[in-house]
Design a protein around this ligand. Structure first.
Ligand code: FE2
Length: 301
């Protein structure tokens, strides 16, 4: 995988076919100078924000459809309103920027949450499965994607420090490596447990449970299996990427392995890209897992 550098003259232009292909195959779009997604004043304000309970509030989230802010420790209503306004603006600008750059996805994508991550990543004490500094692919336990893809734009708003990532081998290689452990190539891997069947029945009745198709269950198992494997984390091949203060980057985080080693103060907006919008649907994690399993693992939601 590679980092595809896009400079300011490319803002306002759509990705080329080759760039779409690179992104869908695991490359990172990198903007050394971020597109204008936040003002200098707002950035200066956000980096003064302290979160009280760092272990609980991994991030501050913003839900664009509800215009709702969650996870802010800030008690002062005026300060809270300012954080809300900044996230609303970031989210709107990020959506507009991405709708031009990746126009073919935009007609049919789902806009997911934006977030602000004020905590230093290095040395954060959280549970193993929540650790960001271990290599993983993203999967949202409470928001199954049904095989659609998770696309994110990140902006490092720290005044002077870089955000450091490592990545490893492509999804296809790792899925093959972990297939046995997660039951992907056993017929019973597909069988629904009683728990999942009752979740499906409850979901149909409109009860608040998550109906997770086999695809999302396998993705979550792969996520956990990778983080639980200390030998793999230690010895796998690694590429190191530094994203300096003031830069942005775009990546399909369900198909590009990543671990964040250090960095503080980041903004991010997530998009759910439909399988049917992809240039190369055969590169999507669901296509890879279905090839390994030999049968379908989800229907597009
Ligand atoms: Fe992640």
């Amino acid at each position: 995988m590679a980092r595809i550098t896009l400079r300011a003259e490319r803002f306002g232009t759509e990705a080329t076919e080759a760039e779409y292909g690179g992104l869908e195959g695991g490359d990172i779009f990198y903007f050394p100078e971020s597109p204008p997604l936040i003002s200098d004043d707002d950035r200066a304000f956000l980096v003064t924000q302290k979160q009280i309970d760092a272990s609980y509030h991994k991030n501050v989230s913003y839900r664009p459809h509800e215009d709702r802010l969650k996870g802010v420790d800030q008690e002062d209503p005026a300060q809270r309103a300012r954080v809300h306004g900044i996230l609303r603006n970031y989210s709107r600008r990020a959506i507009a920027f991405m709708a031009t750059l990746l126009n073919r996805y935009a007609a049919d994508w789902k806009i997911d949450y934006a977030s602000f991550r004020p905590i230093e990543e290095q040395g954060r004490r959280v549970s193993l499965h929540s650790r960001n500094d271990l290599l993983h692919f993203d999967n949202f336990p409470n928001r199954p994607s049904h095989g659609d893809r998770l696309l994110r734009i990140f902006t490092n708003i720290h005044p002077d420090r870089e955000r450091v990532w490592v990545t490893t081998d492509p999804f296809e290689e790792l899925a093959g490596q972990f297939a046995d452990r997660v039951g992907l190539n056993r017929p019973e891997g597909l069988l629904e447990s009683g728990k999942h069947l009752s979740a499906r029945v409850a979901a149909r009745l409109g009860l608040p449970v998550v109906d997770r198709p086999p695809y999302d269950r396998f993705m979550l198992r792969i996520h956990h299996a990778m983080k639980e494997d200390a030998e793999f984390q230690e010895s796998c091949r690694k590429d190191r990427w530094e994203f300096p203060a003031g830069s942005s980057w775009v990546v399909f985080t369900d198909g590009t392995s990543h671990a964040c080693l250090s960095g503080q103060y980041m903004l991010e907006q997530t998009f759910i890209v439909r399988r049917s919008s992809l240039v190369f649907p055969e590169k999507a994690p669901i296509a890879v897992l279905e090839r390994l399993a030999g049968h379908p693992l989800a229907q597009s939601a």
